[in-house]
Design a protein around this ligand. Sequence first.
Ligand SMILES: [Zn+2]
Length: 343
Amino acid sequence: MTDFAFEHRYSRQIRFRHLGAEGQARISRARVAVVGLGALGTASASQLARAGVGYLRLIDRDVVEPSNLQRQLLYTEDDARLAKPKAIAARDALAAANSDIEVEAVVDDLDAANAEQLLADVDVVIDGSDNFEVRYLINEVAVKHNLPWAYAGAVEAHGTSAFLRPGHTPCLVCLIGYGARVGHDTCDTVGVIAPIVQWMASFQVAEVLKFLAGREDALSDAILQADLWHTDVRLIRMGQPKPDCPCCARREFVALGAGRRALSVTFCGRQTIQVRPQHDASLSLDALAARLRPLGHVRASDALLRFETGDVALTVFPNGRALVHGTDDPARARALYAQYIGM
Ligand SMILES: [Zn+2]
């Protein structure tokens, strides 16, 4: 905790007539979960922490890599060299920016088995993920538990952002159906520039601050779409939820109902596949390091173990989850997991 006076620290927000002391007090009591600590997630989390949101839960499965530094503003070269888990690196950076708030780091993958638990006890969820599997899960948890959430995505120089409130606005399935899972461009395939990410994150955070401050009257209830390269901006009114939406009208939660698979694999970007066992394990990373040392290069901490051999590398977490780097082949990823971690 600092000895900075509250009224002084947040004076510029308190002076802003649409927030005032009452709005700031509400923001300071608020609890927000951020799913995905890439460019969007770190930009949003940074603004929320500095705005004084009282509690932030940062959820991310990945580690910091050199290609993140161009746009993920909370990370340093040291974080990339040490391959720090993003949730932990982000928590540490935010704690240095505002030690008056509580920041919890969760180094895990949000999935059907843990989504409701990881998104419990918060007022709002921020989507900073880069994939639709996670977005559909967030949307279903949001609808099921009447939880507002801010959606955003950005690739190349264009992006989309919207603040969705169950019962008031359409849900994600009302807006785009269930068809967005496959074949969409990602930052790994087509690239992205930082300004569009910052803009989409800023729109998310502005809407979230309005909501947290109790100023629902100021919400846009619109989708922002922008292309910064061609300087094209659109604001599309969302209208009403669809009366026949399978998710928010019929409450069929297909993503949450999918449950956990045996030894599941998920694509996490170019040349990286996540493998996780059906049930969380409790691995001794020290014992694993000793076993793997004769087979390649090993670096281990309490939080993770990194093992490099030949053209592949594995990042292993204590709960048994692993990122297999250097292949796009799920079968090979599973085989490497079985070979080196053994489950
Ligand atoms: Zn819906």
